[in-house]
Design a protein around this ligand. Structure first.
Ligand SMILES: N[C@@H](CCC(=O)N[C@@H](CS)C(=O)NCC(=O)O)C(=O)O
Length: 326
């Protein structure tokens, strides 16, 4: 595993502890600040001040791209997509914070700029403060909560993806879906023992079965309103048939085989603006270029998926979005 040791990039980190007894254990994100609408705050909400560093292949980074669009933040928060899949220097970008870089700009330099003594991985997404050249936050679940509210007084956007009355239920879905589905596909794909792999895959499909049954009678996870829980699930579902099924051996069933999950996935994909955040070719290429997945870098041609086909979910009651009173 590559990463930073005291601000320097190393291709094999000495203290790599990502695999325990054959099971993949995700490391915690370390930059955990917030942006606030209070002008005196450390990171005050301002148009044009913050930047997202993302990769289209990455499900965690894609959450933040989805929220940027859903919350109408296109003119408020800029972003850069990585230009190449995860390479020996990690994620690469065409430009760094000071402009174009002819040989590309590796993400680890951003981490070293924010914290010259930083040790750990250099992951996307990163929410970056251009003014102080610091990382506000590199944990996607927190970045999407920031985007959900912090800039509302600037944009006037009232969409609430974490509404107070639904929070307990959203939290319950997140607590089920994060370990078993979002991270479950990685625990399956990165397992180094048969037992760890089978444990992850079994829990993954048991959870997908539960969700599919629930979606037979409910338009969205919490019922009638689209929430954060749906979008967190979406970025994994949209990668499933083209990447996780083959590259990560998550092959008991495809999402296309599920009667309700398949239409639900298409409805979310067809939500205004969302398709622009999903680059299917890049996703597939990214997963099939991982060293532990491919020996020769072959990217499979199939499967063919049609996310623009009718979703067939209109018979279920649902008002779609929850608007916050201002
Ligand atoms: N907890 C982080 C996880 C982010 C993450 O693992 N991103 C992957 C890409 S999908 C990454 O950048 N990996 C680089 C590495 O492992 O060194 C979040 O949700 O924001």
């Amino acid at each position: 595993m590559s990463g930073l040791v005291k601000g320097k990039w190393v291709e094999t980190m000495p203290a790599a502890e990502e695999i325990k007894d054959g099971t993949f254990v995700r490391m915690d994100s370390v930059f955990r600040d917030r942006i606030s609408s209070d002008p005196g705050a450390d990171f005050p909400a301002e148009a044009g001040r913050y930047h997202l560093w993302v990769a289209y292949g990455c499900p965690w980074a894609s959450r933040t791209l989805a929220f940027r669009v859903l919350k109408g933040l296109e003119d408020v928060i800029s972003f850069s997509p990585a230009t190449s899949a995860f390479m020996s220097q990690g994620w690469m970008f065409a430009e760094g914070p000071d402009g174009p870089e002819p040989d590309g700009y590796p993400l680890w330099r951003l981490y070293a700029t924010a914290d010259p003594g930083h040790s750990g991985k250099a992951t996307v997404p990163v929410l970056w403060d251009k003014k102080t050249r610091r990382i506000v936050n590199n944990e996607s679940s927190e970045i999407i909560r920031i985007l959900n509210t912090a800039f509302d007084h600037i944009t006037g956007n009232r969409l609430d993806l974490y509404p107070e009355p639904l929070r307990a239920e959203i939290d319950r879905w997140n607590a089920l879906i994060y370990p078993n589905v979002n991270n479950g596909v990685y625990r399956s794909g990165f397992a180094t023992t048969q037992h760890a792999y089978e444990e992850a895959v079994t829990a993954l499909f048991a959870t997908l079965d539960t969700i599919d049954a629930h979606l037979g009678a409910n338009r969205y996870l919490t019922g009638e309103h689209l929430t954060e829980a749906d979008w967190r699930l979406f970025t994994t579902l949209v990668r499933f048939d083209i990447a996780y099924y083959g590259a990560f051996n998550c092959n008991l069933r495809r999402i296309a085989d599920y009667p309700n999950l398949s239409g639900y996935l298409r409805e979310l994909y067809q939500w205004p603006g969302i398709a622009s955040t999903v680059k299917l070719d890049e996703i597939k290429r990214g997963y099939y270029s991982l060293k532990n997945v491919t020996l020769h870098g072959i990217v499979p041609v199939g499967p063919q998926v049609d996310l623009n086909a009718p979703h067939g979910r209109d018979h279920l009651p649902g008002r779609g979005i929850w608007r916050r009173e201002i």
